[in-house]
Design a protein around this ligand. Structure first.
Ligand SMILES: *Cc1c(COP(=O)(O)O)cnc(C)c1O
Length: 328
């Protein structure tokens, strides 16, 4: 299975690419007989990979529509989002500026080396200042205020980002090879989860939080669901499947205890599990920051709902493989 290349911002072509993503049935006894499938969205493009492709698609269309020449975004040294935005800028004709957390190190991470090679201008911002990136005068302090650009928040977490994920959710509903009981996805900002939760109703959507976020991911997701429940953005009418949505119901679908110590942190058990998982020939490669924690959580809980029937479970491969260069 070779990655394809997203070479236009055409909605039909993008939807077709999403429809052609393979579903792979896992042959691993790590899941105790549960029928686990992986949707290989890491293969949607060799560089603009996984959920980042979906979160960027409508952002890129918006940027073109408003005539922007420059896209600005932010992230950390190993950010999959920074990597994807830099690549997308090069491919679709935007200049890109990446606001990067921390001082410029003597040796750039492989991710940032790529980003520079793709033409992204890196703007390093001390950590204390970076923490204020949502505050009113942040852009002024870093010297970008009044410049002409299209801004994408960290991780692609805005409404066009969600809209792209909802496209994915609809494609999953259309193309699922078997009737899945649950769809699992890794959560950083929770936008990918929110997009799937608001577009897949034939299965429960389960999110694995990969950072120690307290209530933050849950609250962020509820905020998106609340905004989307009127359905005015993507759908012409209220989203019927969300009519019964409630914070209590939502909370059950977000798993907060598999972060293994925090974002980017790992435990011995996680590493051992990941090695065992990848040791099976047919298993797809996974990163330890996002996907590793998701497969680990899945094996630990074996799906949270309707387990008695052992119906098949789908895991979205959200990409992130470029980040594997950050650890050995
Ligand atoms: C960014 C990322 C996520 C998290 O997506 P959110 O929408 O921020 O929750 C999950 N998996 C991978 C591989 C990622 O790169």
């Amino acid at each position: 299975m070779q990655p394809r290349l997203l070479d236009s911002l055409d909605l039909q072509a993008f939807t077709d690419a999403a429809r052609n993503i393979p579903y792979q049935q896992l042959n691993s006894d790590l899941f105790h007989g549960l029928d686990v499938w992986v949707r290989r969205d890491d293969l949607i493009d060799p560089i603009i990979s996984g959920n980042k492709a979906y979160k960027l698609f409508f952002n890129l269309i918006e940027a073109k529509k408003c005539g922007a020449k420059i896209i600005v975004t932010c992230g950390g040294a190993w950010s999959n989002h920074i990597h994807a935005v830099a690549a997308a800028g090069a491919r679709f004709g935007f200049e890109t500026i990446g606001i990067i957390r921390g001082e410029r190190p003597p040796n750039l991470s492989a991710t940032l080396q790529d980003a520079e090679r793709f033409g992204m201008k890196l703007l390093f911002v001390p950590r204390a200042l970076y923490r204020q990136r949502s505050e009113l005068d942040f852009l002024r302090i870093i010297g970008l205020w009044g410049k002409d650009f299209y801004f994408i928040p960290e991780g692609g977490s805005n409404l066009p980002g969600i809209k792209g994920i909802q496209l994915l959710g609809k494609v999953i509903e259309e193309t699922a090879p078997v009737g899945f009981d649950e769809v699992w996805v890794a959560c950083g900002t929770g936008v990918t989860f929110a997009g799937l939760y608001s577009s897949i109703f034939s299965a429960s959507v389960i999110g694995v939080e990969v950072l120690k976020a307290g209530d933050a991911i849950f609250k962020g997701v509820w905020h998106w669901i609340w905004q989307l429940s009127g359905g005015r953005y993507v759908y012409e009418q209220p989203i019927e499947g969300l009519l019964d949505a409630s914070p209590e119901a939502l909370r059950k679908n977000l798993l907060a205890s598999y972060h293994c110590g925090g974002y980017g942190r790992v435990s011995r058990a996680l590493i051992d599990f990941k090695l065992g998982f990848e040791g099976v020939n047919s298993s797809p490669p996974v990163d330890q920051v996002y996907m590793g924690k998701s497969v680990y959580a899945l094996s630990k809980t074996l799906g949270s709902i309707a387990r008695a029937e052992k119906k098949p479970v789908l895991l979205m491969h959200s990409g992130g493989l470029q980040g594997r260069r950050g650890y050995k």
